[in-house]
Design a protein. Structure first.
Length: 133
């Protein structure tokens, strides 16, 4: 493959180590962002005393935002390349929207319905890695 079209299929060990570090960075960043965003979103929700359920919407929204920021930040930390952060966040959010729309259109009673939701973070990480290279 030429250098212009390196999809990680070459046998260059430094390239594969770098790609593995970016995948790991994206996965860790997504996890940390999801948890932190959920906690912040829940904390910002205004609930009456003794009510906990009203903060679920804020936790979901905060988790989605945090996960998107975390993917881009994690890949950026792994590579040391913090350029194109805004483009990465917009790309990641676009993949989230398309993935959630596609997931809402499928039958959740089928045994394979959850795989689409699991594919969203993988697609986000792959897209952000492609942007960073």
């Amino acid at each position: 493959f030429s250098n212009d079209l390196n999809l990680g299929l070459t046998n260059n060990s430094s390239s594969s180590k770098n790609t593995a570090a970016m995948v790991l960075g994206g996965a860790v960043g997504a996890t940390v962002g999801l948890i932190a965003g959920s906690r912040i979103g829940y904390g910002l929700s205004t609930c009456a005393k003794g009510e906990w359920f009203c903060g679920i919407g804020g936790a979901i929204l905060g988790g989605l935002i945090g996960e998107n920021l975390g993917v881009v930040g994690g890949v950026g930390i792994a590579t040391g390349n913090h350029k194109r952060f805004g483009t990465g966040v917009l790309t990641s959010m676009g993949i989230t929207v398309v993935g959630l729309l596609a997931a809402s259109a499928i039958d959740f009673n089928s045994p394979n319905s959850g795989y689409l939701l699991l594919a969203i973070p993988a697609a986000q990480i792959a897209a952000v890695i492609k942007l960073k290279k």
